[in-house]
Design a protein around this ligand. Structure first.
Ligand code: FES
Length: 160
């Protein structure tokens, strides 16, 4: 099949997720993040291609898109940080992680970006509970289990 929206790069990343995540729902969430990052929206043709590519019913993908508001957030900065605040990540210290992000970026979570470089958003689940507290910067997923201020600063410096 010819894909219009799932570029080769996106398909390669999805293949990696298929080999990494044991649960298809996690693959769907990560794939939707990729699509959202590229097109800043998720529409029916995107979902149809994804459904075809990973062989899951379209209504399962639509259900996830409707459940997760994060796919509708409009960015006002060059980079979009998502910090999961759902229970497993909460238990593993997402509050501290969020405070670090706010300190290092000089931005407030869920508020319009002041400097235009980072927009920080708290989200419900990014499908990476095994590396809680999990976070994403654009479409890069990070393991927050051993994060320190120094390490986070180093990560942030990659996003200019
Ligand atoms: S609960 Fe945080 S990634 Fe799922």
């Amino acid at each position: 099949m010819q894909y219009t929206y799932l570029t080769e790069d996106i398909r390669q990343k999805i293949d990696k997720y298929l080999n990494t995540f044991p649960v298809k729902e996690q693959v769907i969430i990560q794939a939707l993040h990729l699509i959202y990052s590229k097109y800043r929206d998720i529409e029916l043709p995107h979902m149809e291609e994804l459904s075809n590519y990973i062989q899951v019913p379209l209504n399962q993908i639509e259900g996830i898109v409707h459940f997760y508001d994060m796919f509708r957030v409009k960015r006002n900065a060059r980079h979009h940080i998502r910090v999961c605040k759902n229970l497993p990540c909460h238990i593993m210290g997402c509050k501290k992680l969020l405070e670090l992000f706010e300190k290092l970026t000089n931005e407030k979570a869920n508020e319009e970006s002041k400097h235009g470089r980072f927009y920080i958003e708290t989200v419900e689940c990014i499908g990476a509970c095994s590396v809680a507290p999990a976070f994403m910067i654009d479409d890069d997923l990070y393991d927050g289990t051993k994060i320190t201020e120094e390490k986070l600063n180093e990560i942030l410096s990659k996003y200019t």
